[in-house]
Design a protein around this ligand. Structure first.
Ligand SMILES: [Zn+2]
Length: 236
């Protein structure tokens, strides 16, 4: 039978029959894939760890009658520490949820950014939700909705006064161009967004955000996400 190898992150899993699991993989090569793990619920099952959420591995798939079956897995990183800290766990779940809802096709850029985000959460002690905020900004950029803080997307004039995010279009506009679907971006949120935009994942832990800016920035990005992708955002 035909076998394929993919590098992938486990982004979802549910029970299938008594001992099987139906797992959602976000693969580097083919985007989202549904695969079966056979008989993996026992304590001694060979592929037990490879089916867990967040696992990054190379999977060997075999085409079966009802879909792809995982026959072999080489774990590259299980990110197991994410399961030992609730805050980290939920933040990482939000990353997986974004992948689940936005990434049907293969997207190497988003794949790599997701790995960087998980690493920052798991190993680099980036403060709560910082990696998630950074990841969302990059996902918007990748789908053509770059947050441009310098120029109004409506009239193209330089943005000097108040700024608004028009969630209908996912773009920043000036006071003259704002519409009913535009949300004012407060100075605290603006400075937070700028910092997140320019700071790489590895440096997030040294970033200082004042005035609860990160939570307000996240709320704005969630609103933007739900408008862009037409689905609810998962938060704990
Ligand atoms: Zn304008």
């Amino acid at each position: 039978m035909a076998k394929t190898k993919v590098k992938a992150l486990v982004i979802g899993a549910k029970d299938s029959k008594e001992k099987d699991k139906l797992v959602t993989l976000f693969t580097l090569e083919q985007g989202k894939l549904f695969v079966y793990f056979r008989g993996v619920k026992g304590e001694k099952a060979k592929l037990k760890e490879a089916k867990e959420l967040f696992t990054f591995a190379e999977y060997v798939l075999e085409e079966g009658k009802y879909g792809n079956i995982v026959v072999e897995a080489n774990i590259i990183d299980s990110f197991s520490q994410l399961r030992r800290d609730l805050d980290k766990y939920y933040e990482a779940c939000s990353i997986l949820d974004v992948l689940n809802k936005t990434s049907k096709e293969s997207n190497p850029f988003v794949f790599i950014q997701a790995l960087k985000a998980l690493k920052a959460i798991c190993y680099e002690d980036s403060p709560k939700n910082y990696a998630l905020i950074k990841f969302l900004i990059l996902v918007f950029e990748n789908s053509g909705y770059t947050l441009n803080f310098d120029t109004c997307s409506g009239c193209k004039s330089k943005l000097t006064g108040k700024k608004y995010l028009n969630v209908e279009y996912g773009e920043i506009v000036c006071a003259n161009c704002k519409q009913l679907t535009s949300i004012e971006i407060s100075p605290v949120v603006l400075s937070a967004l700028k910092i997140f935009k320019q700071t790489p994942f590895e440096k997030l832990k040294s970033v200082k955000i004042g005035g609860g800016g990160e939570q307000k920035a996240l709320n704005l990005l969630i609103e933007n996400f739900e408008w862009r992708f037409g689905c609810k955002f998962f938060t704990a």
